[in-house]
Design a protein around this ligand. Structure first.
Ligand SMILES: Cc1cc2nc3c(=O)[nH]c(=O)nc-3n(C[C@H](O)[C@H](O)[C@H](O)COP(=O)(O)O)c2cc1C
Length: 208
C-alpha cells in the first residue's frame, strides 16, 4: 500500500511538473537489477505501450542512460561521441509540451507548450499514444562545419539510441528507434536552427 501511494505521488508529481518551464530532475537511481547481458538478450523494438505516464524518477534514469554525465571531472557522458563534441540533444515530448534535456544540470527546460506526439509518430500512427517521445537532434554547430559532421551526427545518435533501448529494457519500458517523423512541423514548433538535425525519435512507454 505504501509503495502504491509513493508511486501515485511520483506520477502526480510528474504530470504537474510537466507544466513547468524548468523541471529539475531527481538524481537518477543507477541501481538496476537486470544485468547488461540480460538487457542485450531481451532488447526488442516495442511499438505498443500502456497509457500509464512515466514518472520523473524513471524519466531521469532513461535520460541519464541516454547521454547523461557519467564522469563529472571530465564532463564525459554515457554515450561515445565523435571527437567528444557531445552533439546529441534530447528533447522530451509529451502531452504537456516539449522540453530540452540538459545533462550538465540534470534538468528539463520547456521549448514548446504543444503536444507534438502525432508529429513525432508521423505516418506510423500506432506509436502516437506513447506517453512520451525522446527526440535525438544532432547539433551540427558542434562540428564547426566539418565535412564529416553529418556522418558523425548520425553515428552519435546511434550510440544514444542504443543506450535508450537498453535502459528501457532494464526498467520494464518499451521503445523503438524511429527515423520517420514530420520534420517540417517539428522544426517549426521546437524552433530548431538549420544546424540542428533530427536524427531519430524514441516513443517510450510501459510495456503492456
Ligand atoms: C536507424 C533506425 C531507424 C529505424 N526506423 C524505424 C521506424 O521509422 N519505424 C519503426 O517502427 N522502426 C524503426 N526502426 C526499428 C527497426 O525496424 C528494428 O530495429 C528492426 O526491425 C529489428 O528489430 P529489433 O529492434 O526488435 O531487433 C529503426 C531502427 C533503426 C536502427
Amino acid at each position: 500500500m505504501k509503495r502504491l501511494l509513493m508511486m501515485m505521488a511520483f506520477v502526480l508529481m510528474g504530470m504537474s511538473a510537466m507544466a513547468q518551464d524548468v523541471i529539475p530532475l531527481p538524481t537518477p537511481d543507477k541501481n538496476v537489477e537486470m544485468s547488461l547481458f540480460t538487457a542485450l538478450q531481451r532488447r526488442r523494438s516495442v511499438r505498443e505501450y500502456a497509457s500509464r505516464p512515466i514518472d520523473l524518477p524513471t524519466l531521469s534514469r532513461v535520460l541519464w542512460a541516454a547521454c547523461g554525465i557519467s564522469q563529472p571531472e571530465s564532463g564525459k557522458i554515457t554515450a561515445a561521441s565523435a571527437m567528444n563534441r557531445q552533439d546529441i540533444q534530447v528533447y522530451v515530448c509529451g502531452e504537456k509540451g516539449a522540453y530540452l534535456f540538459h545533462p550538465a544540470t540534470n534538468e528539463l527546460t520547456k521549448v514548446c507548450g504543444k503536444d507534438l506526439r502525432a508529429s513525432l509518430a508521423g505516418s506510423q500512427k500506432g506509436v502516437a499514444t506513447a506517453p512520451c517521445f525522446l527526440l535525438l537532434v544532432s547539433d551540427q554547430a558542434k562540428f564547426g562545419g566539418r565535412g564529416q559532421g553529418e556522418t558523425f551526427g548520425a553515428m552519435d545518435a546511434g550510440y544514444v539510441s542504443q543506450n535508450i533501448y537498453l535502459a528501457c529494457t532494464s526498467l520494464g519500458l518499451g521503445t523503438v528507434a524511429r527515423y520517420g517523423m514530420d520534420r517540417d512541423t517539428l522544426k517549426r514548433e521546437l524552433g530548431l536552427a538549420d544546424t540542428q538535425v533530427m536524427e531519430l525519435n524514441h516513443p517510450v512507454g510501459w510495456t503492456k
